[in-house]
Design a protein. Structure first.
Length: 249
């Protein structure tokens, strides 16, 4: 029952899916729920893949990719896209650590964030549209799961530097245990197996772009925040799509 509560807690915080009332609203459980982030990705990715498959039965490209993106954004409430926009605004527009963190807290979107968000959405739609349909369907599931596993790795290896009072992900401030990382890997890695040896390239590309982002965050603000975790998910997901498209027949 305790593990089910943790899973539903993750579902409650990172999707718009309703959970039973008995789950409650306990931010302190979110650190323990980290292990289930990739499972949430599997649910979101599978929903996007289902939407894409159904749309592809009657609509030409790029409409299936657009509709699948709409579904995934609606399911998550755009929490990760919001994190990407805030991260780009803060890291791109903040001359100092304090100013960068202040910009990230601002609910308004700036030029850097708007451009990053538009380019990210365009890149998702373009890459998914150019893949063979079944590759795109598998990519949605695998990329959503693995990208959230990448966020778990950042929490495990990094240091939280955000505001506890303002961040929606503020309870995720303790370094997760290696056991949590292993459980997250169980949900975040298997979906990649369908791509065979290509999965190795996907993992390398995704981890590389995440590493570049993390290094930028460490140099600029000293660690990660809730917003940069959202950005981590987004860049890792995009890295998966680009790598798979590059290897598509």
């Amino acid at each position: 029952m305790a593990e089910l509560r943790l899973l539903l807690t993750a579902l409650q915080y990172f999707t718009r899916i309703r959970v039973p009332a008995w789950v409650g609203h306990a931010p302190e459980r979110l650190t323990g729920a980290v292990r289930y982030f990739p499972l949430i990705g599997l649910i979101v990715g599978a929903s996007g893949a289902a939407a894409m498959w159904l749309a592809a039965l009657v609509l030409p490209a790029p409409l299936p990719a657009i509709l699948s993106t709409v579904i995934t954004v609606l399911m998550t409430g755009a929490i990760h896209e919001d994190g990407l926009a805030d991260t780009c605004d803060g890291l791109g527009g903040g001359a100092t650590r304090e100013r960068a963190l202040e910009i990230m807290k601002d609910p308004r979107i700036g030029v850097f964030g708007a451009i990053a968000l538009m380019l990210a959405l365009l890149l998702k739609i373009a890459t998914l549209s150019l893949m063979p349909l079944w590759t795109a369907l598998a990519a949605l599931v695998a990329a959503h799961a693995f990208s959230r596993f990448c966020a778990v790795l950042v929490i495990f290896a990094g240091r939280y530097v955000g505001s506890v009072e303002r961040s929606r992900s503020a309870p995720v401030i303790e370094r997760v245990r290696i056991g949590d990382v292993i459980i997250a890997a169980v949900f975040g890695l298997p979906a990649l197996v369908v791509f065979g040896p290509r999965a190795i390239v996907v993992v390398i590309v995704a981890l590389t772009v995440v590493g570049v982002l993390l290094r930028w965050c460490v140099r600029k603000i000293g660690g990660f925040t809730g917003d940069t975790l959202g950005a981590t998910q987004q860049v890792a997901e995009l890295g998966c799509y680009v790598a798979l498209l590059a290897m598509s027949p």
